[in-house]
Design a protein around this ligand. Structure first.
Ligand SMILES: [Zn+2]
Length: 441
């Protein structure tokens, strides 16, 4: 099975490119009429492709090649060696190293002056450029197999629909999952996990599932509808997804003692020396505590909220008070939580009224604070403790919580824990995606 992968720009933020320079180690490049199709032209050096007036133009060593321009797309391959793309910066941030890909490149017109770049290659080749970016090779072999199946499945059904881009998935971790190409030496443990799960994916009702994953659930995973918007309408909450539902990571699964905030307080305050009560408790990401001074919050939070409001997708999740002003911060109040404890609605009481922040990622992002060295909170499974000064004003806020990431679907740290406890990858996947079936492509 072969898939199309959209290659984003150097910053991994957009599928639009101004121009692209392509080469190969031998110098040979082939222009084909379609992937695996007939040879139209061959080049013996680097070529640059750009869009002028809505048409693709090719130049060979600086000389435009007349007669090869196209209003739609061209296909470039190299003879059994990687195609090198200059300036994509996919080799661990080294600008000077060209990105390397095995397969056929499609270069297509996207607008009057922008082109799109995508790679057509076997899904197992894609996997070799994905898996190590998503999970350390040192993780348990059964956990690596779980990640391989989840990553392979994700490529066939990402959360963002890339249909309009004519690709299955893109290569950016900001949108889909990171695909670095084939510059690096691939760890044998990674190769092994890919081979031992070759062409295996998870399906539900005969279709690839939405295989969401994150780092650490902090004792309990989360329902899809408590964290994500509908991918098409952006409505929140979206319809639930049967196989993306909350499960406990530990022994207490049989007898969930508590729910909502009490559950998070219970998980957070378990003995830090006891690494066994939950499959993810072995890792330091299981719990966190951040302390903000009132000055740090006052100095940053209203700017951060304004910044988030300017992003179209976030705007509906930030509700301003009637004053539309951000006053002196008085108190943080959890307004709504999921049963698994994730904060879904946060009230920030200020002297100018109460701001309401909705959705876990937006809530986590509101706490971005360079002074406190925080990019965003690790998770939204949080609770607060306020310390007031002698005048009754906020002096310090402690934010405590468990987990890292959204907590929906496969949890990497938990998968490693379950594997160490003796579970095979099939059983671990059944735990995280209940009701999904392990199928072969
Ligand atoms: Zn994407």
């Amino acid at each position: 099975m072969q898939i199309w992968i959209g290659l984003t720009n150097k910053e991994l933020t957009s599928l639009d490119h101004r121009s692209v320079t392509i080469k190969s180690r031998s110098g040979q490049l082939r222009l084909l009429d379609k992937p695996g199709g007939a040879l139209v032209h061959s080049f013996d050096g680097p070529i640059t492709v750009y869009v002028f007036d809505g048409k693709l133009k090719i130049s060979d060593k600086g000389r435009p090649i007349v007669g090869l321009s196209s209003e739609s797309a061209i296909f470039i391959a190299a003879q059994s060696e990687p195609i090198l793309v200059a300036d994509l910066c996919r080799a661990g941030g080294q600008d000077s190293v060209d990105a390397a890909y095995l397969g056929t490149l499609r270069i297509a017109v996207r607008s009057q002056d922008k082109l799109g770049l995508s790679l057509f290659c076997p899904i197992e080749t894609y996997m070799r450029g994905v898996l190590e970016s998503e999970m350390p090779a040192s993780y348990h072999p059964e956990a690596l197999k779980c990640q391989a199946v989840a990553a392979r499945t994700y490529a066939l059904n990402p959360r963002i629909d890339h249909g309009p881009d004519k690709v299955s998935v893109c290569d950016s971790y900001l949108c889909c999952q990171y695909f670095s190409g084939l510059n690096k030496h691939i760890d044998p443990r990674i190769e092994d996990a890919i081979q031992k799960t070759s062409l295996k994916i998870l399906t539900y009702q005969q279709k690839p599932i939405l295989a969401l994953f994150s780092a650490c659930a902090g004792g309990v995973t989360e329902d899809f509808q408590n964290c994500f918007s509908d991918p098409i309408s952006n409505a929140f909450p979206p319809a639930p997804i049967a196989y993306l539902k909350s499960v406990f990571e530990g022994q207490f699964a049989q007898d969930p003692p508590l729910s909502h905030e009490a559950l998070i307080r219970y998980l957070y305050s378990r003995d830090a020396e006891d690494k066994t009560f939950s499959a993810d408790a072995w890792n330091a990401k299981f719990r966190f505590k951040h302390v903000f001074t009132a000055n740090q919050l006052e100095g940053q939070m209203h700017f951060q909220i304004e910044k988030l409001r300017r992003i179209k997708d976030n705007a509906p999740f930030i509700v301003a008070p009637a004053s539309n002003a951000f006053g002196l911060i008085k108190k943080f109040e959890p307004l709504k939580r999921s049963a698994a404890g994730t904060l879904i609605e946060l009230g920030i009481h200020t002297s100018k009224g109460t701001w309401i922040i909705k959705k876990e990622l937006v809530i986590r992002s509101v706490f971005a604070n360079p002074q406190a060295r925080i990019k965003r909170l690790p998770s939204a499974k949080i609770f607060f403790e306020h310390r007031m000064d002698l005048n009754g004003l906020l002096a310090e806020l402690s934010v405590m919580g468990t987990g890292s990431g959204h907590g929906v679907g496969l949890q990497q740290i938990g998968a490693h824990g379950h594997a160490k406890n003796g579970l095979k990858y099939e059983a671990i996947l059944r735990h995280y995606y209940p009701g999904a079936t392990l199928s072969s492509l």
